[in-house]
Design a protein around this ligand. Structure first.
Ligand code: MTE
Length: 328
C-alpha cells in the first residue's frame, strides 16, 4: 500500500499548521485554517479498515453481514455509493487526528462496549440506553445519504440506523424543550486528539427539535450492513444529510433536551465561519472558500453542490421565512 503523506494532499501552509498542532502549539485561528482544506482532495488511501465485530447472534439482522453490504449500488439521484474502504479511511474525527487518513490507524482499538447513552434534560421520561438494547429495540433500516463536508468534499454512504423521532417519542420532550444537544464521549486516554487543545472538548452539536423530528434525521449504528467502525463514529452517531458533515456528531454518550440554542463546538471555535444551522447551501459561501461546487471522493473534477444537499423537497419547509444568509 502506498501511504500518502499529508504534505502531498494539503496546501503547504495548512500542512505546516497541522505540524504545529502535533507539537501542541495550535491556536484556534490556526485550527480554523486547518478546517479550510477546500482545495482538491486526494482519493483516500486503501488501508485495511478496522471493523468491529460482535457474534452474529448478538446482532439484529440488519447489521449481521460479514461482508460490507448495501441493498443498492446508488443513491436516488443515480450516483454510485462510495466504497466501504473509502468511507472508513477518510474521516474527520478530530478526537483521533486532524489528518483524515490517520483516523483509521489511530482508532482500531477504541472501546465501544459497554456503551451507554444518557438522554435527559427537559424530558418527562429520562432514560439511559445501552447500545445493544438500542440495536435490539429500534428497528434498524438502511438509509443511502449523501454526506457533504463543509470543506467541499462529499461521499454517498449506506448508513444503518433509525429515525431520531422514534427515540425522542420514548423520552417525551417537555413543552419548554426547543433544542437537542448531543455530546461525544470525553476519553483522552483513548482519543489522542483530546489531549490537545485543538477544540474545546467534548465535541458538542445541536438541532432544533423540529429538525430532529424530520424523517431524514437518523441515529446511525451501522454502515454497509455492518456495525459502525470507530472512524465513522462507533457505536452511535447522528446523520443529518441536508447539513454540512460537522453537524453529524460521532461517538455520542449524552443527549439533552434544552430550551436555549446549544453552542456547538464549531460555533465556539469560529462563530463567524460555522453557524448553528449549517445547512448545505451553494449560494452562501464559507468566508474563505466557495460552497458552489464539491469534489465527490473517488471522482475527478468537481460537481455542483445542491441546495440542502439535494434534500430540499423534504426539509425546505423547516426554514420558511428564515434568512439563510444570516442563519448560516
Ligand atoms: N464528530 C466528532 N465527535 N468529532 C469530529 O471531529 N467531525 C465531523 C462529523 N462528526 C467530527 C464529528 C465532520 S467535520 C464530518 S465531515 C463528519 O463527521 C465526517 O463523517 P465521516 O467520517 O463518517 O464521513
Amino acid at each position: 500500500m502506498v501511504k500518502i503523506s499529508p504534505s502531498e494532499i494539503t496546501p503547504e501552509h495548512l500542512f505546516l499548521n497541522r505540524r504545529q498542532f502535533m507539537v501542541g502549539a495550535g491556536s484556534a485561528a490556526a485550527l480554523v485554517a486547518l478546517a479550510a482544506c477546500g482545495g482538491p482532495e486526494a482519493p483516500p488511501a486503501a488501508a485495511a479498515p478496522a471493523v468491529p465485530t460482535l457474534p452474529l447472534d448478538q446482532l439484529p439482522a440488519a447489521l449481521g453481514h460479514a461482508e460490507p453490504f448495501a441493498s443498492t449500488t446508488s443513491d436516488e439521484l443515480g450516483d454510485p455509493l462510495n466504497a466501504f474502504d473509502e468511507i472508513t479511511n477518510y474521516n474527520n474525527y478530530y478526537e483521533f487526528s486532524t489528518d483524515k487518513q490517520e483516523v483509521a490507524r489511530l482508532s482500531p482499538n477504541f472501546v465501544t462496549r459497554p456503551w451507554e447513552i444518557k438522554v435527559g434534560g427537559l424530558v418527562n421520561n429520562p432514560k439511559t440506553y445501552d447500545i445493544d438494547d438500542i440495536l435490539k429495540n429500534f428497528d434498524q433500516e438502511e438509509r443511502i445519504y449523501r454526506l457533504r463536508c463543509v470543506e467541499a468534499w462529499s461521499m454517498v454512504i449506506p448508513w444503518v440506523g433509525f429515525p431520531m423521532s422514534k427515540l425522542l417519542k420514548e423520552v417525551d420532550p417537555k413543552s419548554e424543550a426547543k433544542y437537542i444537544k448531543f455530546t461525544t464521549i470525553l476519553d483522552p486516554a483513548q482519543m489522542p486528539g483530546q489531549k490537545m487543545s485543538i477544540l474545546n472538548w467534548p465535541y458538542v452539536e445541536g438541532l432544533r427539535i423540529d429538525e430532529a423530528m424530520n424523517d431524514l434525521a437518523i441515529f446511525a449504528t451501522g454502515m454497509y450492513g455492518k456495525l459502525l467502525t470507530p472512524p465513522n463514529g462507533a457505536p452511535f452517531r447522528i446523520v443529518v444529510p441536508w447539513k454540512y458533515g460537522f453537524k453529524s456528531i460521532k461517538g455520542i454518550v449524552q443527549i439533552d433536551l434544552v430550551e436555549e440554542m446549544p453552542v456547538s463546538t464549531w460555533m465556539d471555535a469560529a462563530s463567524n465561519e460555522y453557524g448553528f444551522y449549517a445547512n448545505v447551501n451553494p449560494e452562501v459561501n464559507h468566508p474563505r472558500w466557495s460552497q458552489a461546487t464539491e469534489r465527490r471522493i473517488g471522482e475527478n473534477g468537481r460537481r455542483e453542490t445542491l441546495m440542502f444537499n439535494g434534500y430540499a423537497e423534504e426539509v425546505a419547509y423547516l426554514y420558511e421565512g428564515m434568512d439563510l444568509r444570516e442563519n448560516y
